[in-house]
Design a protein around this ligand. Structure first.
Ligand code: URA
Length: 210
């Protein structure tokens, strides 16, 4: 059985994604829009989090009411573009811890290699959300998920802004237990590994580099 692909099709997400894609959107607006979409996607990705029922005293009576059960989340951005989605998620889940995975991509072979990893000490007990704006070949996402699993992490979801069909298939094949949340799935990859139509290089657009 392959993992779930959830398209976050809320109108606000789709509206903002259009302006994220637009080549004329400047760095400041790009960053703000990615942040806002990450918040809205965090709402979707946390939809099925387990709840406990507790008693709470209202000014009127005792109410049975719900609280999130167990440990909170861990957010694991893939450096560097994934960083742009962290604050947006933290707005909704401020108690989440944040780990980092650094992967560089060889521009010829498109293969990722890990140069940095630092996870919360209790990462294995948390639901981890791996974040990266672009799921292109799936190489980086798979390498990041491999790395988390190697360290004993078992509850993992992947959150991306835009996925390619190739990237979705690659992650579903390698990690059928990892659900993928995307704001859009585009047409294809080009010969340089860019998603078409996509949004260009997410890291460069987020940080104003070239
Ligand atoms: N990474 C990006 O930033 N953009 C793409 O289109 C593919 C990978």
């Amino acid at each position: 059985m392959s993992s779930k692909l959830v398209i976050c099709d809320h109108p606000l997400i789709q509206h903002k994604l259009t302006f994220i894609r637009d080549k004329d959107t400047k760095t400041k607006d790009f960053r703000e829009l990615v942040d806002e979409v990450a918040t809205l996607m965090a709402y979707e990705i946390t939809r099925n989090m387990p709840l406990d029922t507790i008693s709470v005293e209202t000014p009127v009576a005792t109410a049975k009411s719900k609280v999130l059960s167990g440990r909170m989340l861990g957010i694991v951005p893939i450096l560097r573009a994934g960083l742009g989605m962290v604050d947006g998620i933290l707005k909704l889940i401020p108690a989440a811890k944040v780990g980092h995975i650094g992967l560089s991509r060889d521009h010829e072979t498109l293969q990722p290699s890990e140069y940095y990893i630092n996870l919360p000490t209790d990462a294995t007990e948390r639901l981890l959300i791996v974040v990266d704006p672009m799921l292109a070949t799936g190489g980086s996402a798979n390498a990041a998920i491999d790395s988390l699993k190697k360290r004993g992490c078992t509850q993992i979801k992947l959150m991306v802004l835009i996925a390619s069909p190739e990237g979705v298939s690659a992650v579903q094949k390698a990690h059928p237990d990892v659900d993928i949340y995307a704001a859009g799935v585009d047409e294809k990859l080009d010969e340089k590994g860019y998603i078409v139509p996509g949004l260009g290089d997410a890291g460069d657009r987020m940080f104003g580099t070239k």
